[in-house]
Design a protein around this ligand. Structure first.
Ligand SMILES: NC(=O)c1ccc[n+]([C@@H]2O[C@H](COP(=O)([O-])OP(=O)(O)OC[C@H]3O[C@@H](n4cnc5c(N)ncnc54)[C@H](O)[C@@H]3O)[C@@H](O)[C@H]2O)c1
Ligand SMILES: [Zn+2]
Ligand SMILES: [Zn+2]
Length: 404
């Protein structure tokens, strides 16, 4: 073996394929690696041959230059792979297992992990609770948009697919278990979606579409999706959602009233985050738009699921406040309506096993909902460009050509 190829962030708007070291069971120094993590031994880890690894809106925040990600950072936190080497302390995973990797890195040993809060593990990132592969300020764990990757704490973290042939037949769906299916589900679930409830989902990117499909699985009566990109709204419509084009209509309440007969919904999900556009044509960026509008639109006592990402530092922020993640949010309104806000990374492990079973039984059709589109590793830079332009596709990188 010896070689490895990976997608590297090389400055705003630029990603390229680079030759990097073949991984071993230690976290070595490199771009973005926290000094306190350098040399960290991972006898509890495995080496995976990457079967699929997806491009995410979260990667785009970095690639657009909207974070402090350093050049040379190897990207990729949505990883599905085959175990090809096990560390000394791995007991239950075996070479040959086909597994989904939760994008959060979690030790399984700290207080947060013991409480199933694997999105805020206390032991994997010296800077703050919570970590992920290939991500800025997340400890420096090398990303998985590559041929091979090291995954620590393997026994605790990995979700093994029960049957390899069955899994390869459903791999376009199963690849969504590392992040966006659990994330969309978490958004809908934490917004209180249940039988007969109405839900508004801001954003028709892959996370918004995954939230919409999840809301259907949870029994919502009406799922309304808003975005400014018609192609993405058409995708939402293709599996039964109502849609609102926010470029043409800046009053979302009025549009919701036309659909439901009342300007309020029971539940709302923010699947947009801090790069939100103001409603209306060419009004530019307004980072608090979605948070303020979902407080307006959600009934008193409702819950707001907020998987959309908000940052503590944004070099491209619209003003000095936005540059440090301070947004003009009308919290008084949310308080008056006794809203619940659920934010943060998704605790993937709370959901991925059950969602896998929904996929394997044929109940969940997540690949279809998000328009999974397979590309090679060399096509990744083009995939990033198309995704940035708003293509209604969830790009799935197939680094070894195993899906052909
Ligand atoms: N919490 C988590 O663990 C987690 C996991 C994955 C992704 N995310 C975050 O979820 C968000 C969505 O991810 P994605 O991959 O779908 O990204 P994306 O960029 O493809 O989708 C965002 C969509 O929001 C639309 N949009 C912009 N302003 C809007 C507005 N005011 N109202 C409605 N829609 C608007 C955009 O046109 C775009 O289609 C990102 O912020 C991403 O970082 C969070
Ligand atoms: Zn992701
Ligand atoms: Zn932990």
């Amino acid at each position: 073996m010896g070689g490895n190829r990976a997608v590297a962030y090389m400055g705003p708007g630029k990603v390229e394929i680079q030759e990097i070291d073949y991984p071993d069971l230690v976290l070595r120094d490199g771009p973005g690696v926290n000094p306190l993590n350098v040399g960290r031994k991972c006898h509890h880890g495995v080496i995976l041959k990457v079967v699929t690894t997806n491009i995410c809106g979260s990667d785009q925040h970095m690639v657009r230059g909207r974070t402090t990600a350093p050049e040379g950072l190897i990207l990729g936190h949505e990883i599905t792979g085959e175990v090809i080497e096990c560390g000394r302390d791995v007991e239950f995973m075996k070479v040959g297992d086909l597994v989904s990797v939760p994008f959060n890195i979690a030790c399984g040993r700290c207080r947060a992990c013991k409480e199933r809060d694997t999105h805020i593990c206390l032991n994997v990132n010296p800077d703050r609770p919570g970590s992920a592969y290939g991500y800025v300020d997340m400890g420096g764990w090398v990303g998985g948009q590559s041929e091979y990757v090291m995954v620590p704490y393997a026994d605790f973290q990995l979700l093994k697919f029960p049957d390899k042939d069955q899994a390869m037949a459903k791999i376009h769906d199963l690849t969504m278990l590392s992040d966006i299916f659990p994330t969309g589900f978490h958004g809908a679930y934490s917004a209180g979606v249940g039988p007969g409830r109405s839900v508004y989902i801001a954003g028709a990117g892959p996370v918004g579409l995954a939230a919409a499909h999840s809301a259907q699985l949870l029994g919502a009566s009406v799922v309304i999706v808003g975005d400014l990109i018609q192609e993405r709204l058409d995708q939402a419509k293709s599996f039964g959602c109502e849609t609102i084009n926010l470029r043409d209509h800046d009053d979302v309440g009025e549009q919701i009233e036309q659909i439901l007969g009342t300007p309020e919904v029971d539940c709302a999900v923010d699947a947009v985050g801090f790069e939100a556009s103001a409603h209306g044509a060419n009004k530019g960026e307004a980072p608090a738009t979605v948070l303020n509008s979902i407080m307006q639109l959600t009934r008193a006592g409702g819950k707001l699921g907020i998987p959309g990402l908000y940052v503590t530092g944004d070099p491209g922020g619209v003003d000095e406040d936005a540059k440090e993640g301070t947004l003009k949010i009308r919290l008084g309104l949310g308080w008056a309506k006794a809203h619940t806000f659920v934010t943060g990374q998704t605790p993937v492990m709370r959901y991925h096993r059950e969602l896998m079973n929904s996929i394997l039984s044929g109940r969940a059709q997540i690949a279809k909902a998000v328009n999974a589109t397979v590309i090679s590793l060399d096509e990744a830079p083009t995939g990033y460009q198309q995704f940035d332009k708003g293509a209604s596709k969830k790009f799935v990188i197939d680094p070894h050509g195993m899906l052909k």
